[in-house]
Design a protein. Structure first.
Length: 334
């Protein structure tokens, strides 16, 4: 699994365009001063958070990440964004972005639908502390810009949700053109579920025929470097939300047969059910520590039928109810 974030060499000139000296950002973030001279700029998750917080501080512009994330000029797009923009629909664009993000960084894009709404969320797999709010701004602006450009402005978010309250709601309402909910249970950019099937006017079948084989081949190569347990867990983390993927679903995602995947797991001394439990346990800890989601909402995101099923499972894992565990961990961190 990729463990670091790569800063594109195209990004540094973009900062300069907005009057943000990259060298000042590096110093403010407490990063090595020679970082920008490296051929590949690779950052840990914590360094990435510090980098983006420093971008906001040095720029003095509370909307800097929104502006950077909204730039969809083709010459500024990375290969993942190009593949997403070339997709036939908004749904497929998000799916491709989520799939190919695995090639560039330890980050997941989660898409869930419920009650006629579609929520897009970002999860940083190796985050130990609070997520950078500036990075969240960048990601939400990128999703909104992708939807806007791909549909010629026909798709816009209906709501933005932030877990924190220390934000300028008016700023976000003006940028996204929709309601903003502060101090929410989750951070998400929300669309109408029906908008997922909106066709993209930027659909480019020829470009996809070039990009997709290349990206899929690289993805398979990277996955081959992980053992079957890690591969299955990664797929489950992406697909658990609101569903209960089985062995066949995961095998299909990994371009394998269920029998072969089962044998590979068996060679490691684990079953599919054991890996499913591990993935749920990892995600449960993440949701409890990094959001104010209710237990029923977490149960849904973990693929449980109800909150009671989740509570019973969590008791088996940790020896205490999830609410008590959350309180103890949050007190320890504070």
């Amino acid at each position: 699994m990729i463990t670091r974030f790569r800063i594109s060499p195209l990004f540094i000139p973009r900062l300069q365009e907005y009057g943000v000296p990259a060298a000042d950002v590096v110093r403010r973030a407490g990063l090595p001063t020679g970082l920008l001279r490296d051929e590949k700029v690779l950052l840990t998750t914590e360094q990435l958070f510090a980098f983006w917080d420093a971008v906001a501080d040095v720029s003095g512009d509370p909307a800097i990440a929104l502006k950077l994330g909204s730039d969809t000029r083709v010459e500024r797009l990375d290969v993942v964004s190009l593949a997403a923009l070339s997709a036939p629909s908004f749904r497929e664009a998000l799916a491709r972005a989520a799939r190919y993000k695995q090639l560039t960084c330890p980050e997941e894009i989660q898409v869930t639908t419920c009650g006629g709404e579609c929520a897009v969320r970002f999860r940083w797999l190796r985050a130990q502390g609070a997520t950078s709010p500036v990075l969240t701004d960048l990601c939400f602006a990128w999703v909104a810009a992708l939807a806007h450009r791909g549909t010629d402005g026909a798709v816009r978010p209906i709501r933005i949700e932030f877990t924190g309250a220390a934000r300028n709601g008016v700023l976000y309402e003006q940028h996204f053109g929709c309601a903003v909910r502060l101090d929410a249970a989750r951070s998400a950019i929300v669309f109408r579920a029906g908008d997922l099937d909106r066709p993209f006017t930027t659909h480019n079948a020829d470009l996809l025929s070039i990009l997709t084989p290349q990206l899929d081949a690289e993805l398979l190569t990277r996955q081959a470097g992980d053992n079957a347990r890690d591969q299955v867990k990664a797929v489950l983390r992406r697909s658990l939300a609101g569903s209960r993927p089985d062995l066949r679903d995961v095998a299909r995602e990994l371009a394998s047969s269920p029998r072969t995947l089962q044998r590979r797991l068996g060679d490691l001394g684990v079953s599919f059910h054991q890996v499913l439990v591990e993935a749920r346990r990892d995600l449960a800890s993440h949701y409890l520590l990094n959001s104010s989601l209710e237990l029923a909402e977490i149960a849904y995101l973990l693929g449980y039928e109800d909150a009671n099923s989740f509570v019973r499972a969590f008791n088996r894992w940790e020896g205490m109810p999830p609410g008590k565990w959350r309180g103890m961990r949050q007190a320890a961190i504070a």
